[in-house]
Design a protein around this ligand. Structure first.
Ligand code: MD3
Ligand code: FE
Length: 232
């Protein structure tokens, strides 16, 4: 008889399934205000992936320039009322995509609701994101330590959803010099950052090569934000 018992937890990319239960906690508080919800988006992952296709067609991924003139190794785009852009003029949120001059594609309800449910599960009721930044990582892509502070309303949390290949996320402190600690982010994991954690420095290590059944040789990260630019 073939053993039809499903694996107790997804083993990720090319990992041998040893048939052991994943005993790691599903919910982890990294620091006050920062909650890791392991696997919270797993059931929605395929639908999320399908929802990305028309967005990426309308607003193609691109390697933007930092204000210092360096090309980012992450390829990015956005959906929602606001999209995040960077160029030699600086970082900001815009209503239109500078590469197409069109409005950013609308945020699908599925994405909005997943983000809102995630925030609520971490204690932030009523989160209504109006921006979703889409990051694509390929082998070697990394993100250096930074703070997210262009949103204009730091009382609102940020929700991040990981799809595809795993990566080591680097969770720092309120100062850039605080030594960050590494946290493995896997397909379907959701992180919620609010309160005291909102302005912590963070980054990710270079993506290792691999192939994921859904996303191929890539990792996608969706970050949901509430943007209220000053003076609007
Ligand atoms: C902590 N993205 O898009 S997600 C970003 O994996 C970004 O693509 C990384 O940093 C990625 O800005 C990390 C986790 C994350 C996202 C936003 C945060 C952590 C955060 C904002 C404040 C504090
Ligand atoms: Fe960030």
């Amino acid at each position: 008889m073939p053993d039809r018992t499903p694996p107790l937890f997804p083993t990720g990319s090319g990992q041998m399934d040893l048939g052991l239960a994943d005993t790691r906690p599903k919910r982890v508080t990294l620091s006050p205000g920062a909650t890791l919800l392991r696997g919270f988006a797993l059931e929605d992952a395929e639908a999320l992936w399908r929802a990305l296709t028309p967005i990426l067609r309308a607003a193609p991924l691109r390697h933007m320039l930092t204000p210092g003139g360096r090309q980012m190794s992450v390829a990015m785009t956005s959906c929602g009322t606001w999209g995040w852009v960077t160029d030699q003029a600086g970082y900001r949120y815009t209503h239109t995509d500078p590469t197409t001059q069109a409005l950013w594609p609308p945020m699908p309800d599925l994405l909005f609701h997943l983000a809102s449910r995630s925030a609520a599960a971490a204690g932030f009721e009523g989160f209504q994101p109006n921006a979703c930044l889409i990051n694509r990582y390929e082998a070697g892509t990394r993100m250096t330590a930074h703070q997210d502070k262009d949103e204009g309303d730091i009382t609102q949390p940020i929700v991040s959803v990981s799809l595809g290949l795993p990566i080591l996320f680097l969770w720092g402190g309120l100062q850039r010099t605080t030594r960050p600690h590494p946290i493995l982010l896997e397909h379907g994991d959701v992180l919620v950052w609010g309160g005291k954690a909102r302005l912590h420095y963070h980054g990710v290590k270079p993506l290792e090569q691999g192939v994921h059944p859904l996303t191929g040789p890539t990792r996608f990260n969706l970050t949901f934000r509430f943007v209220a630019p000053a003076g609007r």
